[in-house]
Design a protein around this ligand. Structure first.
Ligand code: PMV
Length: 337
């Protein structure tokens, strides 16, 4: 029996309430962590290798210290999914000038993949946090955010950083690219329903398509950015006052703005309209769009009705509570593995 030190960290998924896509160009985003979490277990190993496995996805493989990859399960697909986790861990070691001989990393997640809920960031944040704990005995939040942001850059080239920020810090925040987070006070409980179209999509491809639109129509796009900024200002006011009706209306407008830049689709429209018909105060796509998820804001106690309507329209729906807690250590210690 060998004894190895280990740490298990978890981090939440998120929903973007306002500002996705526009956040890439400097508009603030308002974003909430939700109570669905990803988890990473890191355990030291002796041979200098970094073994990363995602058993739920059937992917696993070895990275050496230079970053060369050897798949064990899942073939070529494994590298694309696992390299961001390797980068997150490596960035923590770099920042802390620490490097254990090697580690086993096992990631598990209850967050739907490629659905706009920030699953890749939550996995990277969890892995970075467990590495921080093993190397320094504490959670260095700023470093964890930065390490997960480096990981996100492999997934799409110009991430705003909103996903790793909310997954690290939790709660309800305003995030501005290059500036960081501001915690928001809210005057009401937010009851949110998430509807998943079940269509997987690539955030990178959608961000690139929006960039191409911006380059084709710079004048028009700058007006849309202005509108997005004003929406966020008004939403901040509505949140502070706890004015759910106003917030719902602003969510509807936000959805229209996102549709105008081409990131909605028929499946999202179906779920958004079903939620509104069932009495939601407002509904919009969330995250990169093109499939993935939408969210609906509902009056307290109305969540189940709206969730049912979303399911009847072909989506998978669940009620989501805002999670105050960001990244955290679940357990750690020496193990007899
Ligand atoms: O992770 P997703 O798919 O929810 O999208 C992230 C939000 C975007 O604004 C579309 C991209 C970004 O980097 O901010």
């Amino acid at each position: 029996m060998t004894t190895s030190r280990y740490a298990v960290a978890s981090a939440p998924a998120k929903v973007i309430l306002f500002g996705e896509h526009f956040v890439v160009y400097g508009v603030p985003a308002l974003v909430a962590a939700i109570d669905l979490r990803a988890e990473a277990l890191l355990a030291e190993r002796e041979d200098g290798l970094i073994y990363i496995g995602a058993p739920d996805l059937g992917l696993a493989g070895y990275f050496d210290a230079e970053g060369s990859f050897r798949p064990e399960e899942g073939g070529k697909e494994a590298e694309g999914a696992l390299r961001p986790i390797f980068v997150a861990v490596r960035e923590i070691w770099r920042a802390l000038k620490a490097r254990p001989s090697g580690v086993n990393v096992e990631v598990r997640s209850r967050i739907p993949v490629a659905a706009g809920l920030g699953s890749s960031a939550a996995v990277a944040v969890s892995a970075a946090a467990a590495a921080s704990w093993l190397s320094a005995g504490r959670l260095e939040e700023e470093l964890i955010f930065k390490a997960a942001l480096e990981a996100e850059k492999l997934i799409h080239i110009t991430p705003s950083g909103v996903d790793p920020a909310i997954s690290t810090y939790g709660g309800l925040i305003a995030y501005k690219k290059g500036e960081g987070i501001r915690r928001l006070e809210i005057g009401a409980h937010l009851e949110l329903v998430v509807g998943d179209t079940g269509l997987k999509r690539s955030t990178g491809a959608l961000v690139a398509a929006v960039r191409a639109l911006k380059d084709r129509r710079p004048g028009l796009f700058s007006k849309l950015l202005e509108a997005a900024e004003e929406l966020v200002d008004e939403a901040l006011g509505a949140l502070k006052e706890g004015n759910l009706r106003a917030l719902g209306e602003l969510m509807d407008i936000s959805h229209g703005l996102l549709a105008s830049i081409g990131v909605s689709n028929a499946a999202l429209e179906r779920l958004v309209h079903a939620a509104r018909r069932a009495g939601a105060l407002g509904a919009k796509l969330t995250g990169a769009g093109g499939g993935g998820c939408m969210i609906a804001l509902v009056e307290p106690g109305k969540g189940r009705e709206v969730a049912k309507a979303i399911e009847e329209a072909g989506g998978r729906a669940f009620l989501a509570a805002v999670s105050e807690e960001g990244v955290r250590i679940e357990r750690a210690g020496p193990s007899g593995a």
